[in-house]
Design a protein around this ligand. Structure first.
Ligand code: 13P
Ligand code: SF4
Length: 300
């Protein structure tokens, strides 16, 4: 079986497999760690393995390579990009900064290494508020996700969050009317949303948090029915882990097509042939890693 072959190869090659919660469920059967982007970057920093296979999107594998430059980092499918991360390049970042000089720049981990190399600190959806607070600044620039930036703003009265107009097409499929309809249909259900969603969706939700935040909330809650306003993979994992509770994906099409590109076959082939290796220009990497290390330090 393919799964057994991967497990055997992992042992032989001293490799570790990291899997994001939006991956196809079968990936969990071979992954050593499954979680949200903060957890996976912490695991990439900790591991002693020589090879990291990152079952996620490109920026996640790139982040692992920045944190562990001496390790071989492999991405199962090179087409797994993040549409949001691709919405800002260096030129656009410089223009954004030039309109707001001397303001600290926070970049969401969903960004390229080039962009990270010219920002002050990174954040993920689970630590964004803490990271912005840690800067002790009256104003900050936040990119690329305008929605996560706007959500952070609602949590902090004494900071002005100036956001870049990037977004996640998958999360923006969820509209406020979907929450209203779901509440009518599933009376009493708790609505849990990711902060990449529209502001109105976040306002209507009972809880807003990262992928892991949502999963922990649902697992620890005494409630029994949950409407999930984030990627389908989260619902699949919750159904598997808590069969006694009911989880409803708010809309069928809340699926990240790029996250779903990685397959067990891809994992097997990249591990066997050690292909799809992530490489980053040395000068960019040295600057970009500072941004991530600062985040990991604040998140300890
Ligand atoms: P998390 O930080 O919750 O893992 O989210 C990553 C992501 O890409 C959400 O779309
Ligand atoms: Fe990027 Fe959105 Fe996919 Fe997350 S869900 S990886 S933000 S495109």
């Amino acid at each position: 079986m393919l799964k057994d072959k991967i497990l055997e190869l992992k042992k032989q090659k001293n490799a570790v497999i990291l899997g994001h919660c939006y991956q196809n469920l079968e990936i969990d059967e071979v992954a050593d760690y499954v979680g949200d982007s903060l957890y996976l970057s912490q695991m990439a920093a900790k591991t002693d393995a020589e090879i990291i296979v990152f079952a996620g999107v490109y920026f996640m594998a790139q982040t692992a390579k920045l944190i562990s430059p001496d390790k071989k980092v492999l991405l199962p499918n090179m087409q797994s990009g993040c549409l949001m991360a691709d919405m800002v390049d260096l030129e656009q970042l410089r223009e954004f900064k030039s309109k707001n000089k001397k303001v600290p720049v926070v970049c969401y981990i969903n960004s390229t290494a080039e962009v990270k190399s010219e920002c002050d600190i990174c954040c993920t959806s689970s630590n964004a508020v803490k990271i912005v607070e840690s800067l002790n600044s009256d104003e900050i620039l936040f990119l690329p996700d305008t929605y996560l930036g706007t959500w952070v703003q609602t949590k902090l009265n004494n900071v002005k969050v100036i956001t870049y107009p990037g977004f996640c097409p998958t999360h923006l499929r969820i509209e406020a009317k979907d929450v209203v309809e779901a509440r009518k249909k599933y009376n009493g259900a708790k609505v849990l949303a990711h902060p990449e969603c529209h502001k109105e969706v976040c306002e209507l939700a009972d809880y807003v948090g990262s992928t892991t935040g949502i999963m922990n909330y649902a697992k620890e809650s005494s409630d029994k029915t949950f409407v999930i306003a984030t990627e389908k993979g989260v619902v699949e994992r919750l159904k598997r882990d808590c069969p006694e509770k009911e989880f409803i994906l708010i809309k069928d099409n809340v699926v990240c097509p790029n996250m779903k590109r990685n397959s067990l076959e891809d994992i097997y082939h990249v591990l066997l042939n050690e292909t799809n290796e992530i490489t980053i220009d040395k000068e960019i990497a040295e600057k970009a890693v500072c941004c991530i290390n600062k985040m990991l330090e604040v998140s300890k």
